[in-house]
Design a protein around this ligand. Sequence first.
Ligand SMILES: Nc1nc2c(ncn2[C@@H]2O[C@H](COP(=O)(O)OP(=O)(O)OP(=O)(O)O)[C@@H](O)[C@H]2O)c(=O)[nH]1
Length: 790
Amino acid sequence: MRRSANCVPLANASQRLMNRGRHAWMSIAPATVRRRWLATEAAADAPPPPSPSDSDAVLQAVLQSTREAATARGIDGQRAPVWQRNFGIAAHIDSGKTTLTERVLFYAGRIRKIHEVRGKDGVGATMDSMELERERGITIASAATYCSWRNGVQLNLIDTPGHVDFTIEVERALRVLDGAVLVVCGASGVQSQSLTVDRQMKRHRVPRLTFINKLDRMGADPWRALRQLNERLRMPAAFINLPIGLERDLEGVVDVIRQCAVYFDGEHGERVRVEESLPPALRATAEQARRQLIERLANVDEPFGDCFLQREYDVPEAALRAALRRATIARRFSPVLCGSALKNIGVQPVLDAVVDYLPSPLEVESYGMESRGERRLLLQPDAAAPLVSLAFKLEEGRFGQLTYLRVYQGTLRRGDNVFNARTGKKVKVPRLMRMHADEMQDVEEARAGDICAMFGLECASGDTFTDETGKVRGISLESLHVPEPVMSLAITPKNRQDVPPNFSKALNRFTREDPTFRVHVDPESKQTIISGMGELHLEIYVERMRREYGVECEVGQPKVNYRETVTRRGGFQYLHRKQSGGAGQYGGVQGYIEPMHAEEADAATEPVDPTANEFVNALVGNNIPPQFLPAIERGFHEAVAEGALTGHRVQGVRMVLQDGKSHPVDSNEIAFRTAALMGFRHAFADAGAVVLEPIMRVAVQAPPEQAGDVIAALTKRRGTIMQSQSDGDAAAIEAEVPLHAMFGYTTELRSLTQGKGEYTMEYVRHAPCTREDQERLAAQYAGRRKGQSA
Ligand SMILES: Nc1nc2c(ncn2[C@@H]2O[C@H](COP(=O)(O)OP(=O)(O)OP(=O)(O)O)[C@@H](O)[C@H]2O)c(=O)[nH]1
């Protein structure tokens, strides 16, 4: 295993740290270090040494406002995570998230050397710890790390993948983070995947900063990127710093608030030099940017608007910063910063802005639901309150299952017993750690606001853990939004005679870790089918199977995941009867099936799962003895597993059992199970059964002169154009298109745009397919069944 210079492996971590003695806190005895590890850095009881610099004055103001937030929530500052920021870095593919994170860790003293994504030294960036990530230069799994900045503000950071196929990684990171940095490429602008990330940030109500990266690249244009942020993402945004020079001449940034120049000296830009006087050519632009910042803020923040009315552009710096902080946390504004991570320009101001403008855990509201879903409870980020925490990610490590947790309330201690709200089971916390990419450090406790990991805990992604006693037992946090897999393919080990045990071991691990990756055995072909979010997603797992488990596999053609449902109520009355000598079979069922109504979805407080089905026992009287009810329900589950039209899974259907028939001697479980299965199938045809297909939101970026051709091609693929915008340099087109019509689109777009166009697509919903498609699929299914029975 490769380790970066100051990372430590597992149990004897603190001893090694002691030996190195680089940080002041390491001079404490090892056990104390471990015990206090999180507490000291996160707690409010260690104010920074006084410093005359502006930066510290700003920090003091920020901490003051955070302390006020603690007081407003009735939490003693000593027990509140005043000194903490949990944030993620998210963006379009290849925008430079991992490169930026590498600098963050370097400047914060977390790593001693910078390694580039696919750099010449062949080591790879710290956060891309998987071999496949380093080789391909893409992030596949999100990785967590931590560092401290500006006199000990504790930063917990998650680097997320850019490719939409790994969207669950972004989803679960944003679920537990309090803020984010959206990275935008300065040359390509707001690209298609940025729209998806933007939607995810909005869904999770995550405040964000924006970093316009790669301003050293040819064609870089931060003003165009800002315009696109305002227009495409409809997010009021303005520069808080501006580049000094562009492309090869990029030298530093202008601090728009203080109207000074900032340069980054030293081999890796580690020495920040502030020059009070601006380059003369930039003075007017910098002043104009300051005015724009003030105007846009005045539009979204009322107190600042009043201040602007009185003083116009002569607003005090403290008022401007306070308004920036309020508006960012309220998600009404995004401060925009500029630079080049690769050229080490402009990264430290991003970290300053994380501290200054993103919220501490105190300033975000998180809610838990009481067990019966009746009441929402505002959680208190208070280390002394009863524990409430969320398991947001599982990872199979070398030492067993690693569960990532965010503590929302209370303190989680090693050796504690905690209560799993979903399973109702009590479990002991055997080991607790902090993560730095793939390395970890044992700790004794994690407090409200912390992100940590546990070993040896049986649970699922999205489980809530609480104190086993007290007021919070049974409280659960809203789980993760898991998109439905849209694509499947058959996978078979090359050596078919002897399926290696590693094959199922790998599949088990992958499904446990990634809720968007599913596995099932096709009942007809008996082949193992894997399903996921796209071709790249599935390809990566096939490759990991080979590398990590030594199992070479053959794969079939990717197939679309269709579903079936009903559109109206349909009745059933079915009697299964076999009486040909010996013990007979006799079981009758009567009732109806119906769609699970959309109105119910509207009325629900929790998101309704569109893939769910429901069995309702509405029996009156004793025509069916109770011991046969489980068999009837099994018949229902069998029926929904394979729809009668095309063999695809049924979703969104309720089966209501009202009556039935039994025989004192011949009734048995098989008879009732078969009756339910057949009853359902008979009713299915009467209930207006339809085949559903995945609809994708396709975001295309292309040169404006080809926008017409792109729109025509999408329409030909049965796409509905949702939006089309052009800002002179690029056209952005958004459409909803059936997934099956998207095969071969990469090649078509390339040829339409001479290779300049790009697109991403994301699952939106399943919707009925055309009658012709339905008939074609039904005919194929009937053909397969005929072939089987022949
Ligand atoms: N010119 C230039 N290239 C950069 C800059 N930042 C990153 N890159 C390069 O862009 C490529 C992608 O960088 P990454 O940091 O892997 O981007 P990412 O957003 O983490 O990528 P994914 O997670 O795979 O989406 C690498 O080759 C980087 O060296 C920059 O500021 N300027």
